[in-house]
Design a protein around this ligand. Sequence first.
Ligand code: GLC
Length: 423
Amino acid sequence: MKMQKMVWMGALALGAANAQAAGVTLTMSCGSVGQDHEYCKKIAAEWGAKTGNTLELLNIPQSSSDTLGLFRQMFSAKSDKLDVMQIDVVWPGILKDQLLDLKPYSQGVEKNFFPAMVVNNTVNGKLLALPWVTDAGVLFYRKDLLAKYGEKPPTTWAELTATAKKVMEAERKAGNAAMQGFVFQAKAYEGLSCSGLEWVASMGGGSIIDSAGKTTINNPQAAKALDMAASWIGTIAPTGVLNYAEEEARGVFQNGNAVFMRNWPYAWALGNGADSGIKGKIGVATMPRGEGAGSTSASTLGGWQMAVSKYSKHPKEAADLVLYMTSQPVQKERSITLLSNPTIPALYQDKDILAANPFYGDLFETLKVAIPRPATATGVKYNEVSAAFWNATHEVLSGKATGAESVKKLEGKIDGIRRGPSW
Ligand code: GLC
């Protein structure tokens, strides 16, 4: 993996009122999707100017699975080349032995955040990260196209499938040969675990592993959910979707070539950006539900936390940066600029944020019921379990196995990863 660093100095404002011991250089990694990197650079520059420290940014891969691989490599070498990093909501258990306990530095600020996120980030009594941004899967649709063909946003997968097909075919006839019905994340990586969990849970097929740690994926509803998603490939979704992460899906949708897209809320701000071909034409809805008993709308809980490496040579400054980045004023500004979702409940009532983010009221409801991936139950083994799930799902999507075959095999695989009655 290629690492690139961007360096800039915060030395300009050296001697600013609240500057602390000047002169340390920290390296931080932020997100790499959408406008994350650029925005982090801005915040980091502000913090650098405020404190007189220097910040370097580590560029990371776009896939969160690749980023985890990179961090694990650095941690296993006990590298001090990364001080502060953005970690996925499903990683505290995986990285528990490599992250610094922030409790001694936090001065109780954790009480301001969503309690469930703080619980998620606390492992064996240690506060391993502070919540930075939260996420939930949502359905984006083309308001203009649904109106043109007299359709409503779908509430079930069957409706989505029918509407996607109808609008796609009509638009193709009308001259846009590139038009697709539905794009989503289906490449073999963490993003497919997020999509797959939504399909399975929405059909009443559970959440792969239950909160007691038992493998539940081998059930008919889960199999049906994977078969349903497989039926979209090459019909309403391009076969290329098997290699789409977030940004590939957004690219197709934002170019005006898809009726529906499953993605995270970050895609809204970009889709409505000045250079977007579909500015003003985007609607957002909750994810469709399945049909029949136990079916529900299911949205996977995502999100990112800021953490400090145990191997950092500057823990005090690194913790200060984490506190600054996750603070209420910074989250407020970020939320208005990027339409990202804050991790502080009070901000969901903030007038300026509500004015900038028209769908926040609804999103807040979605966030409250979003489904966590089974990361707490599986702890350090979460990534292995997730990889088993995304590979099993990918096999069904690419026509190599049926849903029923795949979930049966997956159950055995997960039980093998657990190797015993408990995780
Ligand atoms: C988003 C989510 C994160 C998830 C990732 C998968 O970044 O916030 O939790 O793991 O997408 O691609």
